[in-house]
Ligand binder design. Structure first.
Ligand code: FE2
Length: 458
């Protein structure tokens, strides 16, 4: 007997594949926390302890958060608000708040936001954690939480030297100590170091520690509206020369939004050759960047459309949830993809679908988990049921998962959002913002019938 049977779902397309979901419905068989079979939908499926009738929902691997700062979540306004809205005042506020950190404070706040992530369908999270703290209070708490959360989600930790490696007292020693205490990746922040030379040196130190401890490398790189900030080329060159290649991620890279076309072209070549991943954080950088501009005011985002066209892997991250750098947020990757589509002008049907992949497959590549990621036999049973026609529909209507399955168990459920319309002179009707033609197309493709999400039995 199966532990879980999902009947009548449609597989979401993989990155770079077809834009449309698979036409025919499938049954997904789950045993012992693993997908053991994907078969054409059938009335003769094996018995299961729990049965979910997907009713044509899209079945997708879980969302992946490639970039967040969990140590600072839910601290917005403590001890004061970031009134200027700049990255720099955010760092100053955080430095004050950092002195108040305790283990319990970190555990309480991060546990709350991890519950939000799981409810939103995120089962892989990469979190930066500030290690420019001689006590490494947040790091130890997050290492503890990484273990506690393991039954539901996977957490990667990046040793992030928020106040610098070369420009902070004992910055390099703290980075190495963080590596010893068990992080998954090493970080850096070269544009924040006092001089360009310190910035280059900080990248060399970070790459050296990552190599020596066998860790990934994820750098806050060029998060500044300064067209002279050019550490991405240094990071990409280090990725090539050290052999770290696609184990390296350049996060933010907002200065790229200010580079001239000739330099941008040259940079994309080395980024592609190096294999590095990029992470764009549209919510937060739309808010933080351009703060020193009059008008015209820059968007302050990296060149997502051009990088994708060049063949570079790019993902979207949330970055902050209610902290000194960003006062809003619900840890929701669908909102990130939705805003990211606007902010980066990825608006053709195929491009909107690509925005969905930037919070799923492409983000999984950033985390280095692509081999273990997906809905297929032999892979851990982590997946979502989305009451949507296709990935672009998820992004347009901000469709949240009806069901989140982690390790073969349902860990979150949600009723589809439906408004009740009482048009004068007409019978009340439900409005779910599905365009009538989309619904007809989806039905033709074997897609979801009108009338909402999956039904659980068992
Ligand atoms: Fe960040």
């Amino acid at each position: 007997m199966l532990d879980l049977l999902v009947r009548g779902a449609r597989l979401a397309p993989a990155a770079g594949g077809a834009d449309q979901a698979a036409a025919s419905a499938v049954d997904v068989h789950v045993s012992a926390g693993t997908v053991v079979g994907i078969e054409p939908a059938s009335d003769h499926a094996p018995p299961a302890r729990e049965v979910v009738d997907a009713r044509g929902c899209l079945i997708s691997p879980p969302y992946v958060e490639p970039h967040v700062h969990l140590d600072s979540v839910l601290t917005a306004g403590e001890p004061r608000w970031n009134e200027s809205g700049t990255l720099w005042e955010g760092i100053a506020c955080w430095t004050e708040r950092k002195g108040m950190l305790t283990r319990q404070d970190v555990l309480d706040r991060v546990s709350e936001v991890l519950r939000w992530y799981v409810a939103n369908g995120v089962l892989h999270v990469r979190s930066h954690v500030d290690v420019t703290d001689p006590g490494l209070v947040a790091l130890d708490a997050l290492v503890e939480l990484r273990e506690r959360a393991r039954d539901v989600l996977d957490l990667q930790l990046v040793a992030f030297p928020q106040e610098g490696i070369c420009s902070f007292p004992s910055g390099a020693e703290l980075l190495e100590e963080a590596a010893r205490r068990g992080v998954d990746a090493i970080g850096a922040i070269p544009h924040y170091e006092d001089t360009r030379e310190d910035g280059v040196r900080s990248l060399e130190i970070a790459a050296e520690v990552a190599t020596r401890y066998g860790l990934l490398l994820d750098v806050h790189c060029d998060e500044i509206d300064d067209e002279q900030s050019r550490f991405s080329e240094v990071l990409a060159t280090l990725a090539l020369r050290t052999g770290l290649t696609d184990r390296v991620t350049a996060s933010h890279t907002t200065a790229m939004g200010s580079y001239n076309p000739a330099y941008s072209y040259k940079l994309r070549r080395i980024l592609l050759r190096s294999g590095v991943n990029l992470v764009c954080n549209p919510l937060v950088n739309l808010h933080l960047q351009g703060r020193f501009d009059g008008y015209p005011k820059r968007r302050g985002l990296t060149q997502v459309k051009e990088l994708l066209a060049a063949g570079v892997n790019v993902a979207f991250g949330h970055d902050d949830v209610m902290d000194p750098w960003y006062p809003l947020g619900t840890a929701d990757p669908v909102l990130v993809a939705h805003v990211g589509a606007h902010a980066t002008q990825l608006m053709s049907p195929a491009e909107v679908g690509e925005c969905f992949r930037m919070v799923t497959d492409r983000a999984a590549r950033v985390l280095g988990i692509a081999d273990l990621y997906g809905v297929r036999p032999g892979v851990r049973a982590d997946f979502l049921l989305l009451p949507a026609a296709d990935p672009a529909d998820v992004v347009r209507r901000l469709v949240r998962p009806s069901i989140v399955v982690s390790r073969g168990r349902i860990v979150a459920e949600r009723a589809p959002a439906v408004a009740r319309l009482r048009w004068p002179g007409a019978d009340p009707e439900d409005v779910d913002f599905v365009r009538t033609r989309d619904a007809r197309d989806a039905t033709w493709r074997g897609g979801p019938a009108q009338g909402g999400g999956p039904a659980v039995d068992g």
